[in-house]
Design a protein around this ligand. Structure first.
Ligand SMILES: Nc1nc2c(ncn2[C@@H]2O[C@H](COP(=O)(O)OP(=O)(O)OP(=O)(O)O)[C@@H](O)[C@H]2O)c(=O)[nH]1
Ligand SMILES: [Mg+2]
Length: 246
């Protein structure tokens, strides 16, 4: 099966990371990139424009006015990607926490799945350079989401994913409420409710090389509330596709 993947990369102050990331991603045959920049004060948007000019057919840029959040950036980027002939739409951070070599593994698994999730918490997956409190928070968050929603995903908050276009096009992207990590949980929930075949592949998540983290108290509070909202929205999630590996 021939894949025509587009990787949506949201950026906020990633000028130091973006050129090297795109350089590495360009080595993957046929891969195209869509950078979604929220008017980064550090000039990431201008850097992205320069890269678009250099790699015209493979790099595109969506400029949004001001910092309006990761979730909305992804929705904008996904809807833009769905207007192209892409067969797959991937999500990836710009800060090298998601390794380009792991994207190859996601793409390799994409032929047999509607959604491939890059997972830190399946055998072979790992987290590198995270302080103990970040590992504890992430482990707890995943346990909590699974306990409340009963979603059988080991890494519900992972933002490293590859979607089959048809599945993504069927999801109610306009109805998604949440932002940070909760955005990832909400979209996974919708995928499952749509009966998607979801596969997790192991990744090594590496703490960012450059720039500052945007994790905040608000992001954590949102993640605490969302699983309950999902449970109320759809108390009886549909049985997932019989071929699901979950
Ligand atoms: N367009 C856009 N991108 C964002 C926004 N917030 C974060 N990002 C990008 O989303 C990706 C993930 O954000 P990070 O700051 O790494 O957040 P994180 O991974 O939760 O936190 P760390 O683990 O500390 O890196 C990065 O590529 C960011 O540049 C935003 O409001 N708008
Ligand atoms: Mg990060």
């Amino acid at each position: 099966m021939t894949l025509y993947p587009v990787v949506v990369i949201p950026t906020y102050n990633e000028r130091e990371n973006l050129p090297a990331l795109i350089d590495e991603l360009l080595r993957i045959d046929g891969l195209r990139m869509l950078v979604v920049d929220d008017g980064s004060p550090d000039g990431t948007g201008a850097e992205a424009d320069r890269l678009r000019a250099a790699y015209r057919s493979r790099v595109d840029v969506l400029h949004r006015a001001g910092k309006r959040g990761l979730g909305l950036s992804y929705i904008d980027g996904m809807q833009t990607a769905l207007r192209t002939d892409a067969t797959h739409v991937c999500q990836m951070d710009a800060d090298f926490s998601h390794r380009p070599e792991d994207l190859r593994a996601l793409l390799a698994a994409a032929g047999d799945a509607d959604l491939v999730v890059g997972s830190r918490y399946v055998p072979g997956g790992s987290v590198r350079n995270w302080p103990r409190h970040r590992i504890a928070l992430s482990t707890f968050a995943n346990w909590y989401v699974r306990a409340v929603t009963r979603m059988p995903l080991r890494d519900c908050t992972s933002g490293f994913r590859c979607w089959r276009r048809d599945l993504l096009a069927r999801l109610p992207l306009d109805r998604i409420l949440s932002d940070g990590y909760a955005f990832q949980v909400e979209l996974a929930w919708e995928a499952r409710a749509a009966g998607a075949r979801i596969v997790e592949v192991p990744i090594t998540f590496v703490e960012r090389r450059q720039g500052a983290s945007k994790l905040s108290g608000g992001v954590i509070a949102e993640s605490a509330i969302l699983p309950w909202r999902l449970r109320i929205r759809n108390p009886k999630p549909q049985i997932s596709h019989p071929k699901s590996q979950l």
